[in-house]
Design a protein around this ligand. Structure first.
Ligand SMILES: [Zn+2]
Length: 589
């Protein structure tokens, strides 16, 4: 039998062995920080998780990056002049950095602390930690270089894997001669009224069919893109919240066109549109800002913040900036075998409303401040009412990001116009949803069906069609049959250029954490916008007279409203209720 004294002395021997070797200490502290960081990511403690990572990758690579960092610091501090600071350096590089990256924001929000106060608490914890470790630390470090080289090779391999694009076999079908190219551009989060300030939009509208009353089928990215790219209402398809994807359903535009000999590609800046999401099916070349699992680590969060505040040109993780999207799209369009289909997503107008320094807005931050983002998150999650100065600042930053995005969009359209076959290219420009800035006490998107999040710009340039404006309410989902019919695909539903047009219906679940999900549908006619919750609650607006939807109308017996109610009940009957799946997603953007 092992006595308590024996086990205590064995524990002491293990601790002593760890602290005797800098390599062992670095690996130990790196693992402690890494495992704690994985716990933070997996529990989504700060509610900021956007992309669900495979647990296996998280458990391997997050500890690996922490161990690598600690081993690198051990290497640096093993030179004689720095050796006496080695323990302190390791305590800072491992647990210290973790606390700074993860717990400063957590301390600030509930306790209302500023950065200096929150940082001081963290520093005090680190100093205590250093004091404890130092008691055991002898001063004869020996160092293993091989461990670092192996770890760095692993990290480099993952980075390469996560950033490479998909290359599928070339199309097999033979395209008919003179077939039209299609360029489909999504402006993520750009609402209708703010889109009108973009010179690229005005320029394109002068030669387009401009849909002035286009509505998105959902108020957030994934279902809206899914609907446009498949032509399927997102509420009739099962949504897998854990993997943040729709079950494969129907054929995407890329699949239909690829089978007809098109070269197909996507340049998606929003990482929600990653390859596993179900919207990139059929793309022979997919340039997707697929989030690397390392982007979730506390280390990269710290680097990310420093990088932004230092005024560098682009974020380093998770998305492409507008110039990067334009560069890839222009490159593809100039080299692609004809005919081609190219889908593009620009994300700059999404929070945190990124403004490049090259856009030259004097004194303008590159994105919203951390404090404003924190308030905005609390408001989206329904914890607090958004303060109106924060809403105003957010809207101003958003408009600045749209002005900046305008340059990259103009460059793309100008480049497409310079192509020798420009007269043979269909261009569709839309937004997936809008954004709220305090209207109805709401902020962001994905949390309501008000007009601010559903009314979006939509322009369509089809050769042989004169410029015109259409004021009927339409759904951007109907771009799918419209584009296919425009290139001669038969057997698809009527499109936006056919009359009568389909009614526009949108759908969402309220999936605020801690509240039961409450599905709702909305529908718009030429006069009314009706929002109906499953519980029976209704809101009705005459949005032509009340564009901000500030004044809900009393219950109406108008036959037009009765027709809208009937159409909504038909849509609701087709809903594949996946409330639990939506609720588990934890993503409101
Ligand atoms: Zn979006």
């Amino acid at each position: 039998m092992i006595s308590e004294h024996d086990s205590r002395s064995r524990g002491r021997r293990i601790v002593s062995a760890i602290v005797r070797s800098p390599t062992a200490l670095a690996i130990f502290l790196g693992l402690v920080a890494g495992i704690a960081d994985v716990g933070f990511i997996e529990t989504n403690l700060d509610g900021s998780r956007v992309i669900p990572y495979p647990a296996a990758l998280t458990w391997i690579f997050i500890p690996l990056i922490w161990v690598t960092l600690c081993l690198s610091v051990a290497s640096l501090f093993s030179i004689p002049v720095l050796r006496r600071h080695l323990t302190a350096a390791l305590a800072v590089a491992g647990p210290g950095l973790l606390l700074m990256s993860r717990f400063v924001p957590l301390l600030r929000r509930p306790m209302g602390l500023g950065v200096p106060a929150a940082s001081a608490i963290i520093v005090a914890i680190v100093v205590l930690l250093v004091a404890c470790v130092r008691r055991f630390m002898p001063s004869k470090p020996a160092f293993e270089v091989r461990a670092i080289v192996l770890a760095l090779a692993g990290i480099a391999g993952l980075a390469w894997y996560s950033q490479t694009s998909v290359r599928l076999p070339a199309p097999t079908g033979k395209p008919p001669a003179g077939q039209k190219n299609i360029v489909l551009i999504f402006l993520d989060t750009v609402r209708y009224d703010d889109a009108l300030q973009m010179s690229a939009v005005r320029h394109l509208a002068a030669r387009a069919t401009a849909f002035e009353n286009a509505w998105a089928p959902a108020s957030w990215t994934l279902p809206s893109h899914f609907a446009v790219l498949t032509g399927i209402d997102p509420w009739v398809v099962r949504f897998d919240g854990a993997r943040s994807r729709f079950d494969p359903a129907g054929l995407t535009l890329a699949q239909v066109l690829g089978a007809r000999g098109y070269t197909t590609a996507g340049v998606f800046a929003n990482p929600l549109l990653r390859r596993g999401s179900g919207v990139a099916r059929g793309l022979q070349q997919a340039y997707v800002a697929e989030s690397c699992v390392l982007c979730a680590s506390g280390i990269v969060h710290i680097i990310d913040r420093v990088y932004y505040h230092a005024g560098f040109l682009s974020p380093i993780c998770d998305w492409y900036t507008a110039p990067e999207v334009t560069a890839r799209a222009v490159d593809f369009a100039s080299r692609a075998q004809r005919p081609y289909f190219l889908a593009i997503n620009y994300i700059d107008a999404h929070s945190p409303y990124y403004v490049e320094s090259r856009c030259g807005e004097e004194g303008r931050p590159s994105r919203m401040s951390d404090a404003d983002i924190s308030q905005l998150l609390d408001s989206v999650y329904g914890k607090k009412q958004i303060a109106s100065p924060v809403a105003e600042r957010s809207h101003e930053q958003y408009r600045a990001s749209i002005r900046c995005l305008d340059h990259s969009l103009s460059a793309l359209l100008a480049s497409l116009e310079r192509e020798p076959d420009a007269g043979n290219t269909i261009v569709a420009l839309i937004a997936d949803h809008g954004e709220q800035f305090g209207e109805h006490s709401m902020i962001g998107h994905g949390n309501s069906l008000y007009r601010q999040v559903l009314h979006v710009p939509m322009l369509l340039v089809v050769q042989g069609r004169p410029a015109q404006r259409i004021s009927d309410p339409v759904s951007i989902s109907d771009l799918y049959p419209t584009l296919l019919r425009s290139v001669g695909v038969s057997g698809v539903a009527p499109g936006l250029l056919d009359v009568p047009r389909r009614p526009t219906v949108a759908f969402y679940h309220i999936f605020l954490r801690g509240l039961p999900p409450e599905p709702a549908f909305s529908i718009a006619s030429s006069r009314y916008h009706l929002i109906a919750w499953k519980s029976g609650r209704e809101e009705l607006y005459a949005y032509k007279d009340d564009p901000e939807e500030l004044h809900p109308l009393p219950h109406s017996d108008d036959p037009e409203v009765a027709q809208l109610r009937h159409a909504l009940s038909e849509a609701a009957a087709r809903e594949d209720s996946q409330a639990a799946a939506f609720n588990s997603l934890g993503y409101l953007q």
